[in-house]
Design a protein around this ligand. Structure first.
Ligand SMILES: [Zn+2]
Length: 119
């Protein structure tokens, strides 16, 4: 008899958390996170909306999914406020598109056809 979906999802999340928790608890991550927020103290997404918001979350631009090299790659980090991290960024990872546009009217999503270079 197959397990219901909810326990499978919970098991997956438990395993994923067990895999990445040591990375987030490492001194290397603590230092990297601190350096990122010191060098980039404002939310990168809010800045595109001409809003000044203190960043509190260091986000992986490309989800690392347990990849240690990607996890500690300083070029894969961006500073975000909690609202953008829990809202727009999660929506981007689930749907593949970033909703909304900047103050200039250009869509925020880098993959939007308006933002692609014409050839
Ligand atoms: Zn923000």
């Amino acid at each position: 008899m197959p397990l219901p979906v909810a326990p499978l999802a919970a098991a997956f999340l438990f395993m994923a958390n067990a895999q990445t928790k040591p990375l987030y608890n490492s001194k290397r991550w603590y230092r990297l996170r601190h350096h990122q927020l010191r060098e980039h103290p404002l939310c990168a997404l809010c800045a595109k909306l001409a809003q000044v918001t203190a960043a509190t979350v260091v986000d992986h631009v490309v989800p690392h999914r347990g990849d240690v090299d990607l996890f500690f790659d300083p070029d894969n980090l961006q500073s975000l406020c909690k609202r953008c991290h829990d809202g727009a960024k999660q929506q981007l990872e689930k749907s593949g598109t970033l909703r909304g546009c900047g103050v200039d009217g250009v869509p925020l999503d880098a993959n939007h056809h308006w933002n692609r270079a014409s050839s």
